[in-house]
Ligand binder design. Structure first.
Ligand SMILES: [Cu+2]
Ligand SMILES: [Zn+2]
Length: 186
């Protein structure tokens, strides 16, 4: 009888943990002379890696370098964010290149209204676990395209938007209430 109870509860626990894994957000603010702003949302997608959803406005139409940078500090017109987030000591490159920084998201493209709405998945970062955790670092939007080749940062020009990535939830708090039935059976 006890075993019959435990199995469905375990399945519930797993299902919930998968659909509501850790999430993080960055609110992008403009640097001086820029109007770029918006949000970047990170969602743990299990085996698919991390889904990144980007929604920006006020961006000059065209192609713009888009990266996670090392320091979680957007001060001094985002210069304080430092270089690209590179926990594995790689050289700069395209997101699908053999070698690239964990923070190399490549480029995003703003439409003729100056808006970016895009999403992609990546295995290069995690939300908040391990050395590739994105929380605590900064997302930076550049004025020019990342050429995906130049070292150390793709020659993407000025930093026109920046936001620090913060954790939006925690798996433990989401799953906590679901453990009540398990405790009641003992
Ligand atoms: Cu950058
Ligand atoms: Zn890079």
């Amino acid at each position: 009888m006890k075993k019959l109870l435990v199995v469905p509860i375990a399945l519930l626990f797993l299902a919930c943990g998968h659909s509501k894994g850790p999430m993080a957000n960055a609110t992008i603010d403009s640097t001086s002379g820029s109007t770029a702003k918006g949000t970047v949302h990170f969602q743990d997608a299990g085996e698919n890696g991390v889904e990144v959803v980007v929604d920006l406005t006020g961006v000059p139409p065209g192609v713009h370098g888009f990266h996670v940078h090392e320091k979680g500090d957007c001060g001094n017109n985002a210069q304080n964010a430092g270089g690209h987030f590179n926990p594995n000591g790689m050289v700069h490159g395209a997101p699908d290149a053999v070698s690239h920084h964990a923070g190399d998201f490549g480029n995003v493209t703003a439409d003729d209204k100056g808006e970016v709405h895009t999403r992609f998945t990546t295995h290069s970062i995690s939300i908040n676990t391990g050395t590739n955790a994105v929380v605590g670092h900064a997302v930076v939007l550049h004025g020019n395209p990342d050429d995906l080749v130049s070292q150390p940062a793709g020659n993407a020009g000025p930093r026109i938007g920046c936001g620090v990535v913060t954790l939006a939830n925690a798996v433990a708090s989401v799953n906590g209430p679901m453990m009540f039935p398990a405790r009641r059976t003992t």
